[in-house]
Design a protein around this ligand. Sequence first.
Ligand code: GDP
Ligand code: MG
Length: 215
Amino acid sequence: MTPLPFPEAEMDADAAERGRLLFAGETTFVKGVVAMDGLPPADRPEVCFAGRSNVGKSSLINALTGRRGLARSSNTPGRTQEINYFTAGDLYVVDLPGYGYANAPVKVVAGWQALMKSYLAGRPTLRRAFVLVDARHGIKPVDDEIMTLLDRSAVTFQAVLTKIDKIGTSDRDRTLGQVREKLAAHPAAYPELVATSSEKGHGIADLRGIIAGLD
Ligand SMILES: Nc1nc2c(ncn2[C@@H]2O[C@H](COP(=O)(O)OP(=O)(O)O)[C@@H](O)[C@H]2O)c(=O)[nH]1
Ligand SMILES: [Mg+2]
């Protein structure tokens, strides 16, 4: 695997090892949640993955845990509407319903979008939201809207570029410029980006290390 030209992608060996250990243990699917009162007790720290439908949330969770099929269940019809809880060590890892569906009827989507927003705005144990952004498309208005919600809720979020294997260096640089510019307007944005490919493995060890390093 060739290293990526991102200074952000560099991390120390300790952090990488902590991340490896966190996800080397057993990771399990806990439950799919369809309403706020179905959330598990807020008794441990959690991180979540948010992003437009098809951005690669489930693939990223599979790559982090090294279990191909783990988050696949959330791709089956019905599961995309749920908040899916997984465990990794002492953490909850949360796969959120996607947003920005182009073709789904507004009324059908509205319910689970409201759930996702309630979760993002009101989960006390949420340590960091990872907002996934397709490296080919950059930050869209619908992403900006979610980021503004996170600003207002004072939830620190970190942008994660996905599918980095699908673009070349010049497109990458253009996306990075666009993403950095957009993030600068969001006070809750963590300044460092992570560029990932669930397919090729880029950035996965880094993201594991970041998650393991949260307190
Ligand atoms: N080439 C490539 N394809 C990816 C990557 N991540 C996800 N995909 C593909 O993008 C599609 C949507 O991924 P999925 O994880 O289901 O997205 P979700 O709707 O956000 O959970 C699937 O066809 C994946 O195989 C990646 O890093 N590289
Ligand atoms: Mg999914």
